[in-house]
Design a protein. Structure first.
Length: 139
């Protein structure tokens, strides 16, 4: 379970190698198992906000460092006014996913970004298991 500390102890003489040598000194090690899934803690722009920049990058911050998950390529962005899918680039650095449009966003248009479950994972392999939709309107 997450947060619990586990201890493994090997008493003196409990292990013998192939040459017949036994463990001369007891060995103890403590460890924790990471079961915390990446979750979104902050987005810029805020969900359902208006007045967002036509050119600023969109940032999505997680509770821990992230790696690309199996659905990394399935993040989508759509202009809800035109109904068209929007081209963008994405990158990750530490806890942050950054999305940049290829061209400027349109004035006073509403955009929606969809991040499916398992888009990111952490270093322990825990997957973000909740999809997220971010909607915002430009200035």
């Amino acid at each position: 379970m997450n947060g619990l500390t586990y201890t493994i102890t090997l008493p003196t003489g409990s292990i013998t190698d192939t040459a017949g040598n036994t463990l001369k000194t007891a060995f103890t090690s403590k460890f924790k198992i990471d079961t915390t899934k990446p979750t979104i803690t902050r987005v810029n722009p805020k969900n359902n906000s208006s007045g967002f920049s036509l050119t600023a990058p969109i940032t999505i911050t997680f509770n821990e460092n992230i790696l690309e998950g199996v659905n990394w390529s399935k993040i989508t962005m759509k202009n809800l006014n035109t109904g068209k899918t929007v081209s963008f680039t994405k990158s990750r650095n530490g806890k942050t996913l950054t999305i940049k449009m290829i061209s400027s966003r349109l004035h006073k248009n509403t955009y929606q970004i969809y991040i499916p479950a398992e888009t990111v994972k952490d270093n322990a392999g825990n997957k973000q298991n909740t999809p997220y939709t971010l909607t915002f309107k430009t200035q």
